[in-house]
Design a protein around this ligand. Sequence first.
Ligand SMILES: [Zn+2]
Length: 324
Amino acid sequence: MELRASLPGSVIGVPDPLCLLTVHAHPDDESSKGAGSVALYHAQGVHTVLVCCTGGEEGEVLNPALDTPEVHARLADLRREELAEATRVIGYDEVVMLGYRDSGMAGSEANANPASFAQAPQDEAVERLVSIVRRARPQVMVVYGDEQSGYPHPDHLRVHEIGVLAFEAAGDPERFPEVGPAWQPTKLYYTEFSVARFRQVHEKFLELGLESPFDAEWRKRWDDIQAPVVTTSVDVSEFADIRGRALLAHATQVDPKSPFWFGLPPEVMRTIHPYDDYRLALVAGPDGSIGAPGESDPGGPDGPVETDLFAGVRPAESVSGAVG
Ligand SMILES: [Zn+2]
């Protein structure tokens, strides 16, 4: 950790505690994307911080058992309670709300609401995120990628936009000086939608003689999606049930009978692609320069696939055997 000891605010000779900060758009995104890896790092003693950008006020009630007027009237409160439970299951040490309203889909009324994430002035949203980054001091940040044609939700697109800008601004003392001393995270990752996992789930349904929830339209969508560049694949087999358990905590958002999430027996589901896939997008050098990883560096598009988001950030020998 010598690398970081010379940064402002660090105590010379004392390694900074490891911190992972993820940015998600709505309550439940933290459960469907990367929950297993957050559970893994939490178990290793890494401080885990979730920034949730909106309250998910525009979510529909997708669990038929809870589709009642009472639930609809309390939906915003319920989604906060569900998020608290899901993040407890996953092992987030901190949950910070960025404070915006769910924007709904493009063109909807909610999208024009001045309190929505979509309408937030860019500088304001970036400043809020920079302020959290400078306080939490993560070495690793996780946001969404720029390729979102499969699900172009305005709030998800904004997570990408402000996530990249905040990563670049947090370490620059001249940007947003009023929100704390500069702190430069070392690595910025994008969570990647795993087409491979969904294909394998589909094949497993057929193999077991079950009806697959993935119809021809779904499968065509997979073919159309540009295969994401996976630079980093984190083995989450020890935490493979976390995603399902965390999703169930979002009781209004997830039908426990949904074949999409729960159609396969858990012991089968557990064995299918037990990895969280990421793309390493930006790396900050010791001199503060920020850029994409080198083509053939670990985490570069042609380099060896990383197995740890903290690779290169912590001494290699502390990686293996950290989880008992
Ligand atoms: Zn979302």
